[in-house]
Structures are given as C-alpha cells and as structure tokens.
Design a protein around this ligand. Structure first.
Ligand code: GRE
Ligand code: ZN
Length: 327
C-alpha cells in the first residue's frame, strides 16, 4: 500500500543515544546507533521503498523519563524538540513531530507541550512511561492527582498522547530475576505499559477529561486480548470492582485509546484488536529503528483484512487523529 503513515518511529540525540543500546547485543549496537541518528538518508529511502509517505517522529526511550533531575530532564526534552522541529522543517511533507516531555514537572511539561504544538507545529506527544522524579528509585505514574492540570492542557490542545513503553525499575522487576530475557520488548515493556494504561482508566481520568486520546503501541500492549477478563473476572460477585472511575474499562478503551501495529506484525493480534476496538482506532507503525520497516510494511500490505480497513489503518485514521490534512 502506498501512502502509509507511521507514528511510533524514533530518533536519538547524542544525549539520549546510549539509552537504546542496552536492549541490543554488541554486534548490532552500531547499526541501531546509526539508524537512530539518521533521518533524511536511509530512513527516507526505506520509506520511499515501502510506501510510507509520512513518519511522525519521537525521541528514543526511556530518555527524558529516566532523568530524575526535573530541570535537566526539561533541558533534554527542549533540546530534542528543537532538533526535531529543525528536521521536520526540512521535509514537512514526509516528517512531523511528537513532543518529548519532562513529566517530572507536570506544569512545565504542559507548557512545553503547548510550545511544541503552537510554536513548532507538533502533532502530539510521546512519553516513555512513568518518570523518575528526583530520587532515581521512584516511579511516578500519570494517574496521580498532580497530573490532572497537565491532562487538562492535553485535552484543551486537542492532541493525542502516545504512552510508549519503558522497563520497570529494578525494584519493580524482581519477578524477572534470573530471566533478564523477558525484559524490554519481549514482555516487560508490554506489562509495564498495560498497567500504566489501566491506572489511567481506573483513576477516573477519562471521566474528568473525556476527550483525551491515548495511543498505545504494539497492538495495545496485550490489552485487547485481556480487556474482557479485566471487566468480567468474578463478575458473579456484586460490586466486584471498586475503582474511582465510573465506567467499565472497555468503555474507556474504546473511547479514549488507539493502538498501533508497532513491533507486532501479526495478523491474529491485529484481528483481535479490530474485534475489540474496531478499525477506526488502529494505526500502522513500524517502530523503526528497533524493528524493521520491510517487516512491518510487507506484513501489513498483504495481511488478510478488508481493503477499506487497510486504508483506514494504513493512512486515514492517522490523518484524522493528527489533523494531517490541516497545514
Ligand atoms: C521501542 O522503542 O519500542 C524499543 C526500544 C528498545 C528496544 C526495542 C524496542 O526502545 O521496541
Ligand atoms: Zn518504540
């Protein structure tokens, strides 16, 4: 399919490049490093070759979220955003930006998002899970009350917020002791991010801000497959669930969430996401440079779904959500 739009596609700046290395064995670290540093060379050539008209670019992970000092985190976010704006300015027809945000200071994060959207023309934000704030051994999640004014700004600006994975802190990763192979994209990323998404849903955030739109990668971090059971486990017991939110989790999932195909190029998983969310809330992505564009595109272009759905998922859903037909 020509004209695809991909939206979980990363780059690095020198200050954050090392963050991506630990996930990869030594022989291919240089390759990942080179991919992260490039925007207009090999990346654009691959986009041409595989029918990707546009990428929405975002900083690598965990980057800003793993810088405990709020002022330093903010400096790195600003630097990444200014660099990204410069790159987008060279080819706005092929690249658009998603903001990095130092969520360590929610008020400053809201102001930076506003700058990115209004001054730099960015289309939304991508944040790498919880933030370490001051103490490196803290994991602060965005369902907490101090984030409500931030979310009000996101809703007012009317831009999507991509909740991207990171690994749990060592203190929260004890379940993986002796099995480090499960960390990162194999399992821990999805587990960590799904719990964060459920925290947002259960907190009542979407009752207070019903127009918020959150994007999850990797076909929803396993949530589509789990959503029925989340709402129905032990449903024979009256008042089984007691959480601050007013509705079932699947009501929020279907009203406030979107998923992308990043790193999950598997038809069964896609069809399950279509069955749970419908084809209006699913969007194509590759997860370059950590996954391969040819794997994503070859799978997506030929996977057995209807052509109207392929067009929505490959292109038009992203056009609408990010208002890509406007300026
Ligand atoms: C990602 O950003 O999705 C990612 C990484 C590191 C390894 C794999 C991966 O940041 O998918
Ligand atoms: Zn990613």
């Amino acid at each position: 399919m020509q004209g695809k739009i991909a939206l979980e596609e990363h780059f690095a700046i020198p200050e954050t490049a090392a963050d991506s290395m630990g996930y990869f064995p030594q022989p291919i670290r240089q390759e990942v490093h080179n991919r992260n540093a490039d925007i207009h060379g090999r990346r654009l050539a691959l986009m041409d070759e595989y029918g990707i008209e546009m990428m929405l670019l975002s900083l690598n992970a965990p980057a800003v979220q793993a810088i405990p000092n709020p002022a330093h985190a903010h400096d790195i976010a600003r630097k990444a955003n200014d660099y990204l704006a410069e790159q987008v300015r060279k080819r706005p027809d092929r690249f658009q930006g998603l903001a990095a945000l130092a969520m360590q200071d929610p008020e400053r994060a809201a102001r930076e998002l506003e700058r990115c959207v209004k001054d730099l023309g960015f289309r939304g934000a991508l944040v790498n899970g919880f933030s370490q704030v001051n103490d490196p051994d803290t994991a602060v999640y965005y369902d907490l009350p101090q984030y409500r004014p931030f979310w009000a700004t996101v809703e007012r600006l009317d831009v999507p917020f991509y909740l991207h994975p990171r690994n749990p802190l060592p203190r929260d990763a004890k379940i993986y002791d002796g099995h480090p192979w499960m960390l990162g994209p194999i399992w821990a990323f999805g587990q960590e991010t799904a719990v964060h998404a459920l925290r947002l849903m259960g907190s009542g955030l979407f009752d207070a801000h019903p127009r918020l739109q959150i994007i999850l990668g990797h076909l929803g971090e396993n949530l589509p497959y789990a959503m029925w059971r989340v709402d129905n486990a032990n449903a024979w017991i009256e008042n089984r669930h007691s959480y601050p939110a007013k509705r079932r989790m699947r009501d929020y999932f279907c009203a406030n969430f979107h998923v992308t195909t990043s790193g999950n190029f598997h038809t069964q998983a896609l069809i399950d996401a279509v069955l749970v969310l419908g084809s209006d809330r699913i969007m194509f992505s590759a997860d370059w440079p950590f996954e391969n564009i040819d794997h994503a595109a070859n799978w997506f272009d030929s996977c057995p779904i209807g052509e109207p759905d392929r067009l929505k998922i490959g292109r038009t859903n992203a056009m609408k959500l990010f208002k890509l037909d406007k300026d």
